[in-house]
Design a protein around this ligand. Structure first.
Ligand SMILES: [Ca+2]
Length: 497
């Protein structure tokens, strides 16, 4: 080997070792805020006229809020897996609570969103519930593998000795004033960890900090001051249509067969609808205050101008609409989520974008905003055109999936649902914004349905082996709930009525 060749080789080797740091030095930090079960009841989306979220409001004022953004699954694990892998549930086969996507051989070495940041020279820190609580599995939690560092994980809590509403039959499905002080809340401790690591961040690398809050997931506990913001006497209920489910296919009811969340009738009969809604609003305002503490820490560290912020929720939540509470549906209340971007590269301030958007889009959008290397085969699309011009058309619909073969396609005008048994719903979002009238059987819309159905995901990957919790699928022509067949004349569980 000539001296020239040796010199060239040395240059290449040194270049490879120095490159990530050199490239990363001018990159923005990222604050990735995940919220659990937060529907559109936030100031920027106006889903409830009384909700108070001053911190989300100030974040929205600094960037772009997507008003027609949808999760990829109306349930924690598949939704979070989807945003962090950039792949649909129908691509990975992760539809339920108990499955880790790396059990799919095709994706065992898949580079996730935090790993892609790590590969681009970032320190990827995480605290709270970002993946679903059981994941990554303990064996994969070594620092440097899925994240550079795992911080305070926390849990749902604290909880009173006895539930306030024991008749729900599930200790988590509860609401009331607890604990006495905010700093006793697990979410407060998660915010504390994030704040400490913003102050004491790595000096040689940009920061990707993911922070996952658990409120307003049940149980709906917050201290007194948050409940005081929503007096029962003046509390407004969301608009609801009586017998709203009468024009929906029976298959749609199977999606939340035997779930612990009470139905509207159950709540009304016990005088618990208003207290539950109040608990939800109080929990939203509490979690907003924790978002605010983290935003304040960024300001205090002088990092706000150099930090891309994305705030999202894993899915929505029904509070009486369509006669139920909870998630696990393909209806609007379950799939619509807050999605807000702010920071360098987001030129528009306080702007709303009504184009359909998906949580899947976060991965490619962050790649563009931070100038990372490309990542092949992501299912989403960068929202950079909409961050530059909120009126820029996004040609793709938003698609949410609940179990194999059940999807909703959301466009600017339509919401089309097709279930695994072939039954359908169609709503005209312009004429019927609350989505109360299923017009799928009207022959007038046959060609509309054909066009929308052509956009259904091409893959319907079979569910990965593992826990079937919360999974609905068709086996041998019959709907199965958590692996057990439901016969067409099975009685509806009493809590469902
Ligand atoms: Ca959730």
């Amino acid at each position: 080997m000539t001296m020239n060749r040796i010199a060239l080789l040395l240059t290449l080797i040194v270049g490879v070792y120095l490159a990530p740091r050199a490239i990363a030095a001018d990159k923005p930090n990222v604050l990735f805020i995940a919220i659990d079960d937060l529907n559109d009841w936030v100031g920027p989306l106006g889903g409830h006229p009384q909700v108070k979220t001053p911190n989300m409001d100030r974040l929205a004022a600094r960037g772009v809020t997507f008003t027609n953004a949808h999760c990829q699954a109306p349930l924690c694990n598949p939704s979070r897996t989807s945003i962090l892998t950039g792949l649909r549930p129908s691509t990975t086969g992760v539809y339920s609570l108990g499955t880790w996507f790396r059990k799919n051989d095709k994706y065992k070495d898949w580079v996730t969103l935090p790993q892609h940041f790590m590969a681009n020279g970032y320190a990827a820190l995480t605290t709270g519930k970002v993946y679903h609580d059981a994941f990554p599995p303990k064996a994969d939690r070594a620092d440097g593998k899925e994240f550079t560092e795992f911080g305070y994980h926390g849990s749902f809590g604290p909880r009173p000795k006895k539930p306030y509403v024991p008749e729900t039959g599930h200790p988590m499905v509860d609401w009331g004033v607890f604990p006495e002080r905010d700093d006793e809340q697990e979410d407060y401790k998660v915010a504390d960890w994030a704040i400490a690591h913003i102050k004491d961040r790595p000096k040689d690398k940009p920061l990707f900090l993911s922070v996952g809050f658990r409120h307003p997931h049940v149980p709906l506990y917050a201290s007194q001051k948050w409940f005081d913001m929503y007096p029962l006497e003046t509390l407004q209920l969301p608009p609801m249509l009586e017998h709203d489910r009468d024009d929906t296919p029976r298959f749609s009811w199977y999606l939340h067969w035997h779930l612990p969340e009470p139905r509207l009738k159950w709540l009304q009969e016990r005088g618990q609808l208003e207290p539950m809604i109040r608990g939800y609003l109080a929990s939203v305002s509490f979690v907003d205050s924790q978002v605010g503490r983290v935003l304040d820490a960024l300001d205090a560290a002088g990092l706000t101008d150099n930090t891309v912020i994305v705030m999202w929720s894993d899915h929505g939540y029904h509070l009486g609409e369509k006669e139920i509470s909870g998630k696990n549906t393909l209806w609007r209340e379950s799939t619509r989520v807050p999605l807000i971007f702010a920071g360098p590269g987001v030129a528009q301030k306080g702007v709303k974008c009504d184009q359909p958007a998906e949580l899947l889009d976060v991965f490619p959008t962050l790649i563009d905003l931070c100038g990372l290397t490309a990542h092949a085969d992501l299912d989403g699309h960068s929202l950079m055109p909409q961050l530059k011009d909120a009126t820029a058309a996004r040609p793709w619909p938003a698609i949410c999936t609940q179990g194999p073969g059940n999807h909703v396609i959301v466009t600017d005008r339509w919401r089309y649902i097709r279930y695994a048994d072939g039954s359908q719903e169609l709503y005209d979002r312009t004429a019927d914004p609350r989505e109360w009238r299923n017009i799928a059987d009207d022959p007038k819309y046959a060609s509309t349905i054909t066009e929308l159905a052509a956009q259904l995901p091409k893959d319907d990957t079979a569910p990965l082996p593992g826990n079937k919790t919360r999974l609905i699928e068709i086996v041998d022509g019959l709907p199965h709930w958590e692996g057990e067949p439901i016969h067409p004349n099975d009685p509806i569980p009493s809590k469902f009525k």
